[in-house]
Each structure stands twice: as structure tokens, then as C-alpha cells.
Design a protein around this ligand. Structure first.
Ligand SMILES: [Zn+2]
Length: 261
């Protein structure tokens, strides 16, 4: 096995079809590129998350896609992309050279292949060329969020909510929650707030989604959530209820940002 296998595998993929440009295949290519084409067993869910982020951060590409889910990505969550990602990965493997492999619910680079530095440089350069040829522009993508703490208008609720709404952090908030975590309200008016603004402000897990009203009460410290998921009401309000709590799924990666019991 050598570089020609990796490059051949990249070249053999269908980035366009009679239906147009295949942006979901592009997402797979960008995922491989971000990982320097070397994947240890990586869950399909992780590829779904990357793909979701790519389309959520670049709404224009989803609009050009053939998949309804990608066209309306704001109404969906990463796990909703499972079928699309599986389809694209299956096709990748079928058209490939045994470099990228699928094993049950994970994807990996064939462990028997060793890629040298020059192999990888070639693969990166080939990727750029293929993207330009098929999509008519250079598309690069990394998932990073780099909000500068000093730029966040923490002193005013509306300014703060507006600021976050224009960042990728807002998009990340919806990966685990697409309704108000207090009243289950859905819709366009949801806001994304930091759980604890004193901790890592760029960590997607340091977020919760609220309706506008509950967001404001959280911002004004009327209540907090404990590591158990239970609400801790600091100041009574008609819109707060002791039965409110975070679900297990929401708590999963957010505990470290929540208050000790
Ligand atoms: Zn609410």
C-alpha cells in the first residue's frame, strides 16, 4: 500500500452527480482531511457531528444539497444525519482502495497502511484541487470556535444573546438541545447561553438552550442547575418551577459546568 492508494481513493469518489454537487461527500472528505487522513476507530456519530457542524456553520451548502435534512439543517440534530453519513461512507468504501474502512458503527484508516509525510502532503494538495474542480471554489472547514472573552457583551442580556446568536457556539448549543431546557418550548426565539461564563467560553458543552424568557431569568441568576440536573431556584418567579430539570441526555457532557450539589 502506498500514497497512490490514498490519492486514488480520494480521486475515485463521486463529488457530483446528475443531481448536482454532492456536498455531503465533500463533508466526508473534509472530515478525513481534518484528521490528516488517519483515523483510529472513530464512531459514526462523530462523523455525523462533524457533518452536522459543517452544514450548520455553512447554511449555503445545505441549501444546494439533495437531502431535505441538509437543506433544513436548523430543524435537525446530529443523529438525524446517520443515514446520510452511512450512505456516503458506504459509497466511499465501495469506490475506494481499501484505505478507509467501515466496521459496524465506526470508520477507520486501514491499520496496515503507513502514510509518509510526503504521501500526506500529496493527499492534502489533491484534496484542494478536487474541491476547486468540483465545487468551483476553495472550501476549507475546521470546527473550532474562537470567541474572544473580551468581545462578549456580558453586561446586557439582549446584547449578549444577540452576540452569541452570531457565533458558532449558538449552532453547537443545538447539537444536544433544540428546545428550552425549562419549558420545552421550541421555535425561532430560542437563545443559547453559557452555563458558566467564568469557565471555557468556547466549549460547546458549556451551553444551554432557553426560550427568551427563561434565558433572561437564567442570565439574571434567578436559578441555576445542579450537577444532578435539578433546578436550584435562587429567587422565586412565576415562570420557575421546582420540577424543572435537565434530562440525562443533556447532562451527559455538561456536568462539569454545572453547580455542585
Ligand atoms: Zn422556557
Amino acid at each position: 500500500m502506498n500514497i497512490s492508494d490514498l490519492c486514488a481513493e480520494i480521486m475515485k469518489q463521486n463529488y457530483t452527480s446528475i443531481l448536482g454537487k454532492n456536498y455531503s461527500k465533500l463533508a466526508i472528505l473534509l472530515f478525513l482531511k481534518q484528521n490528516n487522513f488517519q483515523l483510529k476507530k472513530t464512531s459514526l456519530m462523530r462523523v455525523c457531528q462533524f457533518t452536522y457542524r459543517f452544514f450548520r456553520d455553512n447554511i449555503q451548502y445545505g441549501k444546494e444539497s439533495n437531502y431535505v435534512i441538509l437543506k433544513n439543517i436548523e430543524q435537525y440534530m446530529p443523529e438525524d444525519l446517520t443515514l446520510i453519513v452511512k450512505t456516503e461512507l458506504n459509497e466511499w468504501v465501495v469506490n475506494g482502495q481499501n484505505v478507509i474502512l467501515l466496521e459496524e458503527d465506526s470508520v477507520l484508516t486501514n491499520p496496515s497502511i503507513t502514510l509518509s509525510d510526503s504521501d500526506l502532503i500529496m493527499a492534502h494538495s489533491l484534496t484542494s484541487t478536487i474541491i476547486k474542480q468540483n465545487f468551483g471554489e476553495e472550501v476549507t472547514y475546521k470546527e473550532d470556535i474562537d470567541i474572544n472573552r473580551e468581545s462578549i457583551p456580558f453586561s446586557n442580556y439582549d446584547d449578549y444573546v444577540q452576540f452569541i446568536a452570531n457565533t458558532r457556539l449558538y449552532n453547537r448549543g443545538f447539537e444536544t438541545l433544540n428546545y428550552c431546557c425549562c419549558c420545552d418550548k421550541t421555535g425561532k426565539d430560542l437563545v443559547c447561553l453559557h452555563i458558566n461564563p467564568l469557565l471555557d467560553i468556547n466549549d460547546p458543552n458549556n451551553t444551554l438552550i432557553f426560550c427568551y424568557e427563561h434565558g433572561e431569568l437564567y442570565f439574571r441568576k434567578y436559578f441555576n442547575f445542579l450537577k444532578s440536573g435539578k433546578i436550584k431556584i435562587q429567587q422565586n418567579n412565576n415562570n420557575l418551577d421546582n420540577r424543572m430539570h435537565l434530562s440525562r441526555k443533556v447532562l451527559l457532557n455538561k456536568r462539569k459546568f454545572l453547580e455542585e450539589e
